[in-house]
Design a protein around this ligand. Structure first.
Ligand SMILES: Nc1ncnc2c1ncn2[C@@H]1O[C@H](COP(=O)(O)OP(=O)(O)OP(=O)(O)O)[C@@H](O)[C@H]1O
Ligand SMILES: [Mg+2]
Length: 312
């Protein structure tokens, strides 16, 4: 049973200051299964927060439907939302209270113990910094404290909207560590991000959204293992290597990037290609297999400028 399942989910914003309406989420259908770390990926303004807002009941869909934990009716959705922990907005806590005291307040509301607070602090890597006042926390610590607060509800599904937004590489790494620990505990995680390489490192599954449209949903391993390229380098002219490699039966595509010739052939044909070249008198100095990154797959999916460039 999928934990999240959307069908034709659509949101059109109308009215407001702008006269024209905006189709923020356009007929999207996807499934998140139990135990997945699901990356919801898209550039700024692609509809990520709107989608999350609909799942959480903050924004009402214009069309389409969704199920949470298999339930679709009003009551079932309300009950399902009790099993969700979400960080949506900029983390907001009492500035003069410590990390631990802030979480203790949350724990009171949720009927949890101080021991639960210490466990949550440990999971988000703030046990050593528990006495630091919120106002003295780095942005990364604030983000992790917000995740810690959602854990006090003991959620089965954790929804994180841009958890690494604005963080430096060290902060991003800490968030990845938290996500991995939560995944190990069996939590299902749905996170939105515009940072492609971040998603690739931590997610098991991914959906790519652009201008409200879903371009792809797949397992990360599935995406990055498709169409491996054989990268060949010789000490001589790459153009000569290219011409020779183009004569190999079964070449699907061929490209030269600086001194490297990239050849797309069938699975397991790297050594046959190498032999073919050597037998043809073309010495190959170096053979490696290059797997596509999420970024290269995304770039191939859409020819337009994506808005991802600035963060890579
Ligand atoms: N309340 C609103 N009223 C009108 N338009 C909105 C509203 N909220 C969002 N939009 C528009 O809907 C589109 C999708 O916005 P959304 O915030 O869902 O994108 P996002 O993928 O979360 O972007 P970001 O990466 O900037 O957070 C954008 O064009 C945005 O300007
Ligand atoms: Mg957003």
């Amino acid at each position: 049973m999928p934990i999240i399942q959307t069908e034709g989910l659509t949101k059109r914003y109308t009215g407001g200051l702008r006269s024209e309406s905006i189709l923020a989420v356009d007929d999207i259908s996807f499934e998140v299964e139990s135990g997945q770390v699901f990356g919801f990926l898209g550039p700024n303004g692609s509809g990520k927060t709107t989608t999350i807002g609909m799942l959480l009941g903050i924004i009402s869909p214009t069309a389409g439907s969704f199920r949470l934990f298999g339930g679709q009716g009003h009551r079932e959705i309300l009950a399902a939302r009790q099993r969700i922990g979400a960080t949506l907005e900029y983390p907001n806590f009492y500035p003069y209270l410590s990390c631990r005291d802030n979480l203790r307040l949350v724990a009171r509301v949720k009927g949890r113990s101080d021991k639960d607070v210490d466990v949550a602090l440990d999971v988000v890597g703030l046990a050593q910094r528990r006495k630091t006042r919120f106002k003295a926390c780095s942005l990364g610590m604030k983000q992790r404290l917000a995740i810690g607060a959602t854990l006090l509800g003991d959620p089965d599904l954790i929804i994180l909207d841009e958890p690494a937004n604005g963080l430096d590489p060290a902060g991003q790494r800490e968030i990845r560590g938290v996500i991995r620990r939560l995944a190990e505990q069996g939590k299902t995680i749905f996170l939105s991000s515009h940072i492609l390489h971040d998603v690739e490192r931590v997610c098991t599954h991914v959906a790519i959204i652009q201008k409200g449209k879903l371009l792809l949903q797949a397992g990360v391993a599935e995406v990055t293992s498709q169409r491996p390229m054989i990268a060949l380098r010789s000490d001589g002219d790459p153009e000569a290597l290219r011409t020779a490699a183009a004569g190999f039966p079964g070449v699907r595509s061929i490209d030269v990037r600086q001194d490297t010739v990239l050849v797309e052939v069938g699975e397991g044909e790297a050594s046959a290609l190498n032999r073919f070249l050597v037998e043809g008198g073309i010495p190959v100095a170096h053979v490696t297999i290059e797997r596509p990154t999420l970024e290269s797959v995304f770039m191939e999916l859409t020819s337009e400028s994506t808005g991802f460039g600035s963060v890579m």
